[in-house]
Write a protein that binds this ligand. Structure first.
Ligand SMILES: Nc1ncnc2c1ncn2[C@@H]1O[C@H](COP(=O)(O)OP(=O)(O)OP(=O)(O)O)[C@@H](O)[C@H]1O
Ligand SMILES: [Mg+2]
Length: 279
């Protein structure tokens, strides 16, 4: 069930082709994300992140090139239902994703549409509630929940489809620091315990410091890829793509300039605290 990969092969996406306002949002992008990988997708406004996300679950089709999800071509209409089941999507605004007036009904909605048995539906709802830590709020009205709790509902809805991959387009941008941290912990747990692929789009560098790989988009192309430590310590290159590394990386950089020997892999506050307390 949790097997495969997401593959973009020479993908170009042009909007309004042949019209005065035509726009190439992605230009010849090739990217393979293997099953179980946690990828942080970064880039300034308009760099093509949401376009890439929408291509991956077949909401839009490439103008040229191919997008494959677990080997299924997103341009083949007959595969779309299966592709959307295998790629769970979570967007910026959780309010737009709520359908029902009770949390557990909201989560059951997708599986019900798959025509599954009652037993299977309820098992999936239980598992999804538990995976995001919402079991106690199952009878609540989603609209009454906090932004962070609503995003957990959105993730639970995606999980109830038993996806192999999750693509999240700025899910933390409307959350407070605590909500952001909790969401990060849930995504890490889903990735590590169930080997679900996570592609997390964010403007917040701290959200993706724990990713396996960072991909930076710039002007519709892949500009940089590497581990978080590799990407975040290349501050000049990042700046040229309109991005700033996390503050703790900037601090480490400043300390290095002042002669401190600080490992380049130290890119989080806890690691920095550990290092400073040892030395
Ligand atoms: N439906 C559309 N029609 C025309 N142009 C579009 C459409 N969708 C996106 N674009 C353009 O394509 C480019 C990439 O947009 P995209 O939404 O993928 O960027 P993004 O990296 O997600 O930006 P943001 O950080 O602001 O969300 C932008 O110039 C945008 O204006
Ligand atoms: Mg976007």
């Amino acid at each position: 069930m949790f097997e495969g990969s997401i593959e973009l092969v020479n993908v170009t996406k042009e909007f309004n082709v042949g019209q005065p306002l035509s726009k190439i949002a992605l230009n010849d992008v090739s990217l393979t994300v293997r099953q179980g990988e946690f990828v942080g997708l970064l880039g300034m406004n308009g760099s093509g992140k949401s376009t890439l996300a929408r291509l991956v679950n077949g909401l839009i089709k490439p103008t040229a090139g191919k997008v494959y999800v677990n080997g299924l071509d997103t341009a083949a209409s007959r595969s779309l239902i299966e592709i959307r089941r295998q790629v769970g999507m979570v967007f910026q605004n959780p309010d737009n994703q709520i359908i029902s007036s009770i949390v557990e009904e909201d989560i059951a909605f997708g599986p019900e549409n798959l025509g599954l048995s009652r037993a299977e539906i309820s098992e999936r709802v239980e598992w999804s509630l538990q995976a995001v830590g919402l079991t106690e709020l199952r009878q609540h009205a989603p609209h009454m929940l906090s932004g962070g709790q609503k995003q957990k509902v959105a993730i639970a809805c995606a999980l109830a489809m038993r996806p192999s991959h999750l693509v999240l387009d700025e899910p933390t941008s409307m959350l407070d620091p605590r909500g952001r941290r909790e969401l990060g912990e849930i995504l890490t747990a889903l990735n590590q315990e169930y080997n679900i692929t996570v592609i997390l789009i964010s403007h917040n560098m701290e959200d993706v410091v724990g990713a396996d790989r960072i991909v930076v988009l710039h002007q519709g192309g892949i500009y940089m890829t590497g581990t978080p430590a590799e990407v975040f310590t290349a501050s000049e290159q990042l700046a040229a793509a309109g991005l700033r590394p996390p503050e703790i990386v900037q601090l480490a950089e400043n300390l290095r300039r002042s002669g401190f020997q600080i490992d380049r892999n130290i890119i989080t506050v806890p690691k920095m605290v550990e290092y400073l307390c040892q030395s």
